[in-house]
Design a protein around this ligand. Structure first.
Ligand code: ATP
Ligand code: MG
Length: 295
């Protein structure tokens, strides 16, 4: 049994090493992450920092090389192939950055959303009713019989969110879902994640480059070289006004400390302070100061 206050997602000291011939690429290096049920968390980070790798592992598409990973009461490292299949179908919805990858081009909106439900035992009437309901929630009730080519990029992503939510997954993972959209449309899609979170209580993780994201979600975590480095939270707890970003809210940035007491100092600060291989840690007046230790 998992106690209620346990985080919904728990990643501990997660490593992912890709091997290509003799070359090893460390995509995740000791990543820790906790996400509570019903949270909306954004993940930001430079290209190659491990965002997609993390999402793929959380979605059950890939396995970590080492570490612990639990989602709900499921230990992702101890699932049989069959369990993984069920987990992918029922526990997670996934949204790709490439709008075209999310939808079948020859199916209409409602057929696309109904498709994942074919693998469950609900009747065709229930499938259609639920698909229609989801499309209405996505603001696409007027486009249910359109194929993707007749929809704009933003509309396609709205339908794609419907597809991802078809089997009521408690978790929605979105890998740069707004990467191919203009700023205004991207903003609308990010707001839609807020609606989904509120209406369906879905826990949501979004990889994004949207500079305003901190005003639209409860928490932003920054991934640096395969490890979480800093986190931005709002000073006052998150109260969503439907569809509006709370731009007046004060934000606080924290450096994350992992289980082994490690923190990541951004390269730019290390360069400014000329810290290379070693630093002096001085504790004074309740503060920890880091100074260059090189002669
Ligand atoms: N299948 C793979 N085989 C080998 N290396 C890989 C594979 N997938 C990712 N990598 C490497 O792992 C690292 C992390 O990649 P990942 O795709 O997770 O980054 P990302 O943060 O999603 O980047 P982007 O913002 O460009 O999408 C990179 O160095 C990448 O080259
Ligand atoms: Mg990526």
């Amino acid at each position: 049994m998992v106690a209620e206050r346990d985080p919904y997602i728990l990643c501990e000291d997660l490593f992912k090493i890709y091997k290509i011939a003799d070359l090893e690429v460390v995509a995740l290096r000791g990543l820790d992450l906790e996400v509570n049920t019903g949270e909306v968390v954004a993940i930001v980070g430079a290209s190659g920092s491990g965002k997609t790798t993390l999402l793929n592992i959380l979605a059950g598409y890939d396995n970590p090389s080492a570490g612990k990973i639990r989602v709900g009461d499921k230990d992702l490292l101890r699932m049989s192939t069959k369990d993984v299949e069920v987990y992918r179908r029922e526990d997670v919805g996934f949204l790709w950055q490439q709008t075209s990858r999310n939808l079948f081009p020859y199916l209409t909106s409602i057929e696309n959303v109904a498709l994942p439900m074919m693998l469950t035992d609900i009747s065709s009437k229930e499938r259609n009713d639920r698909a229609r309901e989801l499309l209405e929630l996505m603001g696409m009730g007027h486009r249910i019989d359109h194929t993707p080519e007749k929809l704009s990029g933003g509309e396609q992503q709205r339908v794609a969110i419907g597809v991802a939510l078809a089997n009521h997954p408690p978790l929605l993972l979105a890998d740069e879902p707004t990467g191919e959209l203009d700023d205004a449309t991207a903003g609308e899609i990010l707001d839609l994640f807020g609606t989904v979170n509120q209406e369906l209580n879905t826990t949501i993780l979004i990889v994004t480059h949207d500079p305003d994201i901190a005003y639209k979600v409860g928490r932003v975590v920054m991934i640096l070289d395969g490890k979480m480095s800093t986190e931005i939270r709002r000073k006052v707890s998150f109260k969503r006004v439907a569809g509006e970003a709370e731009t007046g809210v004060e934000l606080e940035e924290f450096t994350l400390v992992d289980g082994a007491g490690r923190v990541q100092i951004p390269r730019q600060y290390l360069d400014e302070l000329k810290i290379k291989d070693r630093a002096r840690v001085v504790v004074e007046d309740g503060k920890v100061t880091l100074q260059s230790g090189d002669a």
